[in-house]
Design a protein around this ligand. Sequence first.
Ligand SMILES: *Cc1c(COP(=O)(O)O)cnc(C)c1O
Length: 364
Amino acid sequence: MQVYNFSAGPAVLPREVLQKAAAELVAYGDSGQSVMEMSHRGADYEAIHKGCESLLREVMAIPDNYKVLFIQGGSHMQFEMIPQNLRKVGKADFVVTGQWAGKAYSEAANYLEAKLIVSSKDKTFSYIPELDKSAFTPDADYFHICQNNTIFGSRFVDLPDTGSVPLVSDMSSCILSEPVDVSSFGLIYACAQKNMGPSGVTVVIVREDLIQDFEGANAARGHVPTMLRYKTYADNDSLYNTPPTYSIYMCGLVLEWVKSNGGLAAMKERNEKKAALLYNAIDSSALFSNPVAKKDRSLMNVTFVTGNAELDKKFIAEAKSAGLVNLGGHRSVGGMRASIYNAMPLEGVQALVDFIEKFDKENK
Ligand SMILES: *Cc1c(COP(=O)(O)O)cnc(C)c1O
């Protein structure tokens, strides 16, 4: 059965990518081996590894003074690695706009003085708060935001102006969804399983001068485990130990797909069109509403509720029977959430919109 998968992550991948991976599964090129069976030190894998990095650099226009690192442990591990690696003065600022932003803040507090600039918890994270620049720590090691709030369905449309303090962005659920100016960030990180590939790899894009050494004369900076140092990955092209080879291969295929479909400008146009279609259906329905401030609505994760938990359940069940799957909201908030990442075709969103209209008529 053909379904449209609205999962927040691991999430839908482009069908063409899955078909290509299937065709190459048993024997990649003329290697006679599956990518899963290859040595990570061999020439075939090396080309895949370097190819993925160079495609990401091309698609995102990553400047030369940024390193691209492939790390395991998900975005959660970045909540731990970022404070340990970026710590100099020992202070960082945080905007808490959802659960992931909150975790980045609370984990960092184990390693440095973490300052909460503002939180939108007062209204269950339904908006992006105004930022008072006078509250920013002028000598902070970094300023952290979660750019797209996967669970609550909000996003930063405008970035905070942090001056010379490096801006660190969790782009797990919005990377590759629109063009970004990498040079306005100190560090960008994103686990792959939302918009870039399967789970298993997390991409870190970090300005070179922020990568610190913790050896020899620099040992006084404190001990950071070898596998948790950005320097370990940067010095070894993310091949210090065995990287998640198959996940990196799949990310490469997704990046090829993004490129051949017009790159990030085209992704943005498609994503805006899909999101507008869906928000419009929700706004013009009698039953459904989206709780997020209009100006802050996510292009990737669209949350909606009827206000009646039983009716929400009925919607999710009937949608599933109609081939529209994984529409339940995050387990912490309930309601519905449609994740409409790059790989969700317009037809999938249209099918959901048609279903919303039908359900609305039948149940109001
Ligand atoms: C999914 C997600 C995470 C957590 O990612 P893991 O890979 O499960 O650690 C963190 N931040 C954001 C914005 C996410 O969407």
